[in-house]
Write a protein that binds this ligand. Sequence first.
Ligand SMILES: Cc1cc2nc3c(=O)[nH]c(=O)nc-3n(C[C@H](O)[C@H](O)[C@H](O)COP(=O)(O)O)c2cc1C
Length: 295
Amino acid sequence: MIWASGWRLASAVSNAGGLGLIGSGSMYPDVLKEHIKKCKSATARPFGVNVPLLYPDIDKHIQIIIEEGIKIVFTSAGNPKTWTGVLKEKGITVVHVVSSSKFAKKAEESGADAVVAEGFEAGGHNGREETTTIVLVPAVVDAIKIPVLAAGGIATGKQMLAAMVLGAEGVQIGTRFVASDEASSHPSFKNKVINTHEGDTILTMKQLTPVRLIKNNFYKEVQEAEWRGASVEELKELLGRARAKKGMFEGDLEEGELEIGQVSLLLNDILPAGRIVKKLWEEFEQALAVPVKKL
Ligand SMILES: Cc1cc2nc3c(=O)[nH]c(=O)nc-3n(C[C@H](O)[C@H](O)[C@H](O)COP(=O)(O)O)c2cc1C
């Protein structure tokens, strides 16, 4: 996750038994390299790197990932055909994030090892189809043969179990980990996340690149720009790196972009990432042990 998952969060999740991912989308190449090196010294367990495929310096990121011997890459926001082959040739496991069955099939055809089916509820960039996780996961499971991980709206063990019942073999969790001690997100943003209510987040910017964020002055600006028919360049500028950094990293809760998922409304604490992983499994085991009608 941009401005949230650096080496601290990724290594804490991996140390707790999850698969931590470094979010390279907000990092310049030299910063990514530093985070990979620090993550290696902070955990002996596997971790991966998330690469948004539309990132302008993507070839440099891929080069660093290969040089540093990264074994798992999650790609998103772009055509999986371009880089999957290159990564697979180096023996890297590639998981591609999709928002529809159509894109899931494309990921499978391009040689991806698994997909993340990310539903409408999810924080950050998302699909235009608005398919919710509960509908998307079984649809994608039916459409392809490779494993499916569910994402979007999962922050508790019960939700994790629900995703598995729908056919997912694992889950990708974002929002819950923004509200963690190790996330590099600004403390004001973390506090905002645990104080959101129903209806506070929205999927906006659907013509350009849909993104779920918290409604604030920045969102109003985006909305006004869309209403007056702003050019693609203007919208791109508005949604660019600077406003995301301003909101999520520097903590400007009104003028910055605050990407987060619907499930933030269920959160009311900021916890160590390791505790979150442990709690998820405890809740999962408890939910599994209860007869269905009592859940
Ligand atoms: C602050 C934030 C930043 C994110 N950045 C990225 C990113 O750079 N690349 C990506 O593939 N997904 C990104 N995501 C999406 C997450 O990886 C994950 O799929 C999503 O958060 C899951 O839904 P949830 O938020 O309901 O847990 C981001 C999500 C959040 C909340």
